[in-house]
Write a protein that binds this ligand. Sequence first.
Ligand SMILES: [Zn+2]
Length: 537
Amino acid sequence: MSFWADKIAADAQGPQIVNDSKTPSGRVHVGSLRGVVIHDTIYRALKQAGKPVKFIYGVDDYDALDTVPRYLDRAQFERYLGWPLCNVPSPDDTAPGDRASDYAKYFMGEFLDVFEYLGVRPEIYYLRDLYRSGKLNPAIDRFLKNAHLVREAYKEVSKADRPSNWYPFQVICEHCGKIATTQVTDYQDGKVFYTCDPNATDYTQGCGHSGWVSPFDGNGKLPWKVEWVAKWELLGVTIELAGKDHSQKGGSRDVANAISRKVLGQQPPFHSPYEFILVNGTKMSSSKGIGSSAREIADLLPPQLLRFLMLRTPPRTAINFAPNYESITRVFRDYDNLIDKYRRETIANGGQPPALSEDWMSLFYAQLDGEIQPYQPFELSTAISLLQVPHLDVEKEVADRATEPMTDYDWQVARERIAAAQKWLNDYADDEEKLVLYLDSIPDRANTLSPEQTNYVEALLKALAAVESWDGETLQTALFATTRELDLKMPVAFSAIYLAFLNKERGPKAGPLLSYLDRQLVLDRLQAVLDLNRTPV
Ligand SMILES: [Zn+2]
């Protein structure tokens, strides 16, 4: 068995060109990063295998604006519906010198910043350049001349019946500037005849203009399934995976494959579908207006963690992700555990890192520079708790918790964790997930303990007064031992602790929680809660 990307690399023969693409129609969702990281990892795997490879990424900016995203001013952009994205003005309102030249560059720029953050560095190309420079002219001519074969491919594969005067081309209307509304019905002497049809789409109206125009040098585009094939041929693409939505039987990838074989007589690139990233909708659009764009998630997760999130699940399995306490702390914990295992094996091998077997590949490809650099793990959940304890010097707590002296890199990672924890608390945490510690007053609900919980508090007072060291693990052990001693169910026992300090029945791991607090404060509080519940009302 080998890691999925290494398997693709091992099977590849000859020089490879890995391609992926994106339509910059608005803020890019985090789900679009899955394809980016998958293709980047295949590219890295090929390099790792010593095979010649290039990674290219296309910006489909000749596609039409088909909706005005909710975060833009509808009145301002409505008139551009149906226009090629590269011809729509930028929504950017910064000074003209810094402003993106157009809508496509603006949103793509935001996405490319995330590429850079993730260490993904493909050669970027823009469809506007391929069209306007004339590089796609030969393909356009060929597909227009073989329109009947394109129609056949659509019909055979997707059962879509195109009329006999349908041609695979969309002109940019000379009168109204829209590309989504035009229909080409003839091709003669290097010119197409088109009509800007008022009823061509349901989101915008064509102007009714018609006439003959050259289809070359940027005057229009191929429909995207045909354009896909034209790109493969022009750029020599050998590997391109597609999301599940495009990979259904009879779906767009099947149509493109059929067009490639039928019109060009060429085998399509290697393909394998990948699944979606499912995002918990309610949590992703919190009241603070923080959403699920690639940019926003990149602001939350360090780059290796974001890559790891995409890589630890095989491409054919859906990723469930929501930036809630549970998902976020789990990604960090899984990553830290793997790093720690790597570190321990390296030490056990006398300083020699373990051989790169399948077990390590998701960690290896999560790195930005292809080198796994171990560190002393520092749990995100601990950082989240520490940040919420009033009057606490978080960095001092980190240093106190380290089992070995902290190196510069240990500090770098710890500070990254603290920053991520702070960001999560500020922008994503629900009130339920936040820790409100009652340090100066006894919570209202602390007097509602059952008799067995009251007995637990009494036993705990003795146990905690006797522990030799006030650290999370020792305290956790003492809490468990006391639970067993009284033969109590754990949730029942622990909710007594949470009621005494948090005014609620659940909370984070109780041992570490108490360890953040002053010992005397804990003992005094438990005594007070005991008195409160023993006093007859
Ligand atoms: Zn028009």
